[in-house]
Design a protein around this ligand. Structure first.
Ligand code: ITT
Length: 186
């Protein structure tokens, strides 16, 4: 099966390609410029972007909206993560939230001629005291996932220090697995 992933973020695309392969799904990279709506909800943003992209490209496709949510900052930067990353970077978030709880969330919105579905994934963790690691992208150097017994380094290293750990338990992996199972049944 083949489906397009509309994204300007090559880090997201590489992660999705690897995970969806396990479900027999081949993805094509489409880099369409989308004017995202402004909303606190990544589900609303993803759904609106998928509708927009489908009207343009007229093929089965998905988009993904994601972000880092910090409960003690009322969920900031949340749905505004891309903009905040450009303005403040990881240094800025550390100044606001070093040592605080955080979670990554991802929402995939899939659309073809007959359906519009969303799939969400989440991973809880915390912000370290300093930037650590060079792997991954975006906020990966400032996110330590919660400890899980099955995964080495969880609760200790950042996603950027241990990309194999990110592969095993990220928000994107969790959303993509739900999506992959859905596509398998179609
Ligand atoms: P799109 O073209 O797919 O929209 P984007 O990078 O603009 O790409 P979003 O609008 O979904 O993506 O913004 C999410 C931001 O949150 C993104 O720019 C990253 O800075 C951050 N982010 C999302 N997932 C992440 C991950 O797995 N690791 C690190 N940072 C992540």
């Amino acid at each position: 099966m083949q489906v397009s992933f509309v994204t300007g973020n090559s880090g997201k695309f590489a992660e999705a390609e690897k995970i969806l392969k396990h479900f027999g799904v081949n993805i094509l990279h489409r880099d369409l410029s989308i004017d995202e709506i402004r909303s606190d909800s990544i589900e609303e943003v993803a759904s609106a972007s998928a509708r927009f992209a489908h009207a343009e490209l007229k093929e089965p496709l998905f988009v993904e909206d994601s972000g880092l949510f910090i409960p003690s900052l009322n969920g900031f930067p949340g749905a505004y993560s891309a903009w905040v990353f450009r303005k403040l970077g990881n240094e800025g978030i550390l100044e606001l939230a070093a040592g605080k709880e955080a979670e990554f969330r991802a929402c995939i919105a899939y659309t073809d001629v007959s359906v519009a579905e969303t799939f969400t994934g989440l991973v809880k963790g915390k912000v370290p005291e300093e930037i650590r690691g060079t792997g991954g992208f975006g906020y990966d150097p400032i996110f330590i996932p919660e400890k899980t017994p099955e995964v080495r380094h969880s609760g200790e290293k950042t996603f950027a220090e241990a990309p194999e750990m990110k592969e095993a338990l990220s928000h994107r992996k969790r959303a993509l697995e739900k999506f992959g199972k859905y596509l398998e049944k179609r």
